[in-house]
Design a protein around this ligand. Structure first.
Ligand code: DC
Length: 204
C-alpha cells in the first residue's frame, strides 16, 4: 500500500512530535526531511561546498545528534535556498514517500513540491512566541545555555527566510488541513492529526 502523509509547517510548531505519533499510530515509516538540510548545513559549516554535500549525502549522515543545534539549524535554512541543493534531495524524499506500507514526511515543501499528490496533507503552525518558548524549553532541557530572546530572534529569522525564498517556499498547500497548535496541548494536536489521517485512509 502506498499512502503518503505530508506534514509541513514552520520551525518548532510541533511537526516532529506529531509526525512520530502519526507514524506510530498507523505503522508508517517517518522521515524528518529537515535532517537532510541539517546534514548538508553541518557539512557546509565544516567547509564542504553545499551542492557537493547535498549530492553526496548518505542516509547515515542523518543519524548525528549534533544536527540538532541552533547553529546547524540556521546553516540548514541558509543552504535550503539553493535550487541545486533542493533538487539533489528530491529523489531520496520521493522514494521514501512511495515505499510500501505508508510514509509520513515532515518539512516545509512536502505537500507543495515533493509530494503534491500526498494522500493527506497537514500544515502545522503556532505563533512565533509559542514556538520559541517550546524550542527554548527543549534546548534548556538538553543543558544548552541560550536566552529566550535569542531563540525568538532565530525562529523569526528562519521563518522569514523559509517563507520568502524563491525555491519551494514554506506555504500551506491549498488542500492541506491546518492545525494551529498555539493553544493546544500536544495530545490535542496529535489527536487532530490522527483524525485527519484516519479520514484520509477511510476515503481510499
Ligand atoms: O525542520 P527543521 O527545523 O529541522 O529544518 C531546518 C531547515 O531546513 C529549515 O529552516 C529549512 C530547511 N528545510 C527545507 O527547506 N525544506 C524542508 N522540507 C525541510 C527543511
Amino acid at each position: 500500500m502506498i499512502f503518503t502523509v505530508a506534514i509541513d509547517g514552520p520551525a518548532a510548531a510541533g511537526k516532529g512530535t506529531i509526525s512520530k505519533a502519526v507514524a506510530a499510530q498507523f505503522g508508517f515509516a517517518h522521515l524528518d526531511t529537515g535532517l537532510l538540510y541539517r546534514a548538508v548545513g553541518a557539512k557546509v559549516l565544516a567547509g564542504v561546498d553545499p551542492v557537493a554535500a547535498a549530492q553526496a549525502l548518505d542516509p547515515h549522515d542523518l543519524e548525528d545528534d549534533s544536527l540538532r543545534t541552533p547553529a546547524v539549524a540556521q546553516a540548514a535554512s541558509e543552504i535550503a535556498v539553493i535550487a541545486e541543493v533542493r533538487s539533489a534531495l528530491v529523489a531520496f524524499q520521493r522514494n521514501f514517500a512511495t515505499r510500501d506500507g505508508g510514509a509520513v514526511l515532515d518539512g516545509r515543501d512536502i505537500g507543495t513540491v515533493i509530494c503534491p499528490d500526498a494522500s493527506v496533507k497537514l500544515f502545522v503552525t503556532a505563533s512565533a512566541e509559542r514556538r520559541a518558548e517550546r524550542r527554548f524549553n527543549e534546548l534548556a532541557a538538553k543543558g544548552m545555555k541560550i536566552a529566550y530572546d535569542q531563540v525568538l530572534t532565530d525562529v523569526k529569522t528562519r521563518d522569514a527566510r523559509d517563507r520568502n525564498r524563491a525555491e519551494a517556499p514554506l506555504v500551506a498547500a491549498d488542500d492541506a488541513v491546518e492545525i494551529d497548535t498555539s493553544d493546544m496541548t500536544i495530545e490535542q494536536a496529535i489527536d487532530a492529526a490522527i483524525e485527519a489521517v484516519r479520514s484520509g485512509l477511510g476515503a481510499q
